[in-house]
Design a binder for this molecule. Structure first.
Ligand code: PGU
Length: 438
């Protein structure tokens, strides 16, 4: 750089409020605290679900209660590591032959096989006929994202219908995967139940071939699931229109306490021989939240197609995170392949599901005892981790401000975060919110 260039550059930088280069400085622009490359960024809002925990952590109140995130807590309000998970981990640690090599791009083969068996059933014809490809992914979210990316690249119809409402991350995951997100009616606030007619109408007018996201069980946030008869009608409609089902199975075992019962919807769609995608998460049912362990399965028409689908899934995964982590998948595989540990798991899972159901009854009884205005029977009728209370955002804000109870602004509460000792506090808060606020 010549001296006249340098002085012109110096003048420009001074004009911009940046110190100019000295004669000894190099040709690159100097960095300055006053001018970050990111100074134009706005502060982004916290995540609507995970941000609730951030706010909760900042609250010094001793009576505070976090009913935001869907994460299981014990009666003592503590996170739970399942006994069977501790056993499996101990077994893994003791096994000196285990190494920390990279897994294949598709993950741990044994884990994938066992995961497919868990969701589709041990006697699934699709598995027997090698029509299923399963890849280990980063929990439910990662499985949805890999599935979304795959569809965005290789499926002819890039429209995905998601229920209204749904888990808040769904639209973001699928939009970023390159799909165009539309909604279908699902919940009826008037009945606090399923808007089955609306659902059938919306799927009935969806363009042929569109992808449809279905919650396999324990719909989040509403806790409202179709009956088996309704599932059958949904299946018939979807198959007749060539709509592609994409199941999100984040709560297998949590809805009813029974792993097979909670997989019924998925199995119904696989039994007809048609194709579908399924994203599985072990976050809730094995309590492996932070281990990020899940699986994406794609059921295809033929074994030949399944093989080619898997080869393309590898091309999706490799540039994203190369291959998945080994620890969580090894825990799951150890539990699923051992009859004794599997049985222990089902008992612990049932105990978690039962505790949640018992919380529903306790909360309902507590509101009844207070004479809280309104019909609260939906607390008992809804299924899974959440109750969609019907409280509005002002009432939620009131409960947070006055009672230090944290929940998502749509009125969803995680029943798994409640215990016999905190139920009265929540009932007091709801009573006050509906009688005094909003
Ligand atoms: N699908 C549904 C329907 C979910 O509810 C969740 C978790 C996931 C997928 C993703 O779970 P993974 O942890 O990736 O397996 N929803 C919880 C947890 C917090 C969150 O939003 O991630 C919730 O509170 O809604």
């Amino acid at each position: 750089m010549g001296s006249s260039d340098r002085s012109r550059l110096g003048a420009l930088l001074r004009h911009l409020g940046v110190e100019g280069p000295t004669s000894s400085s190099i040709s690159a622009f100097p960095t300055s605290a006053a001018h970050s490359a990111f100074s134009h960024l706005l502060q982004a809002p916290e995540d609507p679900i995970l941000g609730v925990t951030v706010a909760f952590n900042k609250d010094p109140s001793p009576v505070k209660l976090n009913l935001g995130v869907g994460a299981y807590r014990t009666e003592e309000g503590k996170p739970l590591v399942l006994n069977v998970v501790r056993r499996a981990e101990q077994q893994l640690v003791n096994d000196r032959s285990r190494v920390k090599e990279y897994l294949p791009i598709v993950g741990l083969a044994e884990f994938n096989k066992l995961s497919a068996k868990l969701i589709f059933g041990a006697d699934s014809p699709a598995i027997r006929e090698n029509r299923v490809t399963t890849v280990q992914c980063l929990s439910g979210t990662g499985s949805l994202r890999v599935g979304g990316e795959f569809l965005g690249r290789h499926y002819h119809q890039r429209i995905i219908y998601i229920p209204l409402p749904t888990w808040g991350n769904h639209p973001k995951v699928f939009t970023l995967a390159g799909l165009s997100v539309k909604t279908y009616r699902y919940y009826d606030p008037a009945t606090r139940g399923l808007n089955f007619q609306g659902l059938l109408e919306d799927l009935g007018t969806a363009p042929s071939g569109a992808i449809v996201l279905l919650h396999a069980c324990a719909h989040n946030p509403t806790g409202v699931d179709p009956t088996l008869e309704q599932w059958e009608q949904i299946r018939q409609l979807m198959r007749s229109k060539g709509l592609l089902p994409f199941f999100d199975s984040a709560y297998q075992g949590f809805a009813s306490g029974n792993l097979d019962a909670d997989a019924q919807s998925v199995r119904m769609f696989v039994a007809d021989g048609g194709e579908c995608l399924v994203a599985q998460s072990y976050a809730k049912n094995m309590g492996l939240y932070g281990e990020r362990v899940g699986a994406l399965s794609i059921v295809c028409n033929t074994a030949d197609v399944a093989g080619r689908v898997e080869s393309q899934l590898k091309l999706v995964i490799r540039p994203m995170y190369s291959n998945p982590p080994i620890h969580g998948a090894s825990i799951v595989a150890a539990i699923l392949k051992d009859r004794d540990m599997y049985n222990e798991w089902t008992i612990e899972l049932k105990a978690m599901a039962d505790r949640i159901i018992s919380m529903r009854h306790q909360l309902f009884d507590a509101l009844h005892a207070r004479g809280t205005p309104g019909d609260w029977s939906h607390i008992i009728k809804q299924i899974g981790m959440f109750t969609f209370t019907g409280l509005n955002s002002e009432q939620v804000a009131f409960m947070t401000k006055e009672f230090h109870i944290y929940m998502t602004s749509d009125g969803r509460i995680s029943m798994a975060g409640l215990s016999s000792t905190t139920v009265a506090h929540l009932a007091d808060a709801i009573h006050a919110a509906v009688t005094h606020a909003g």
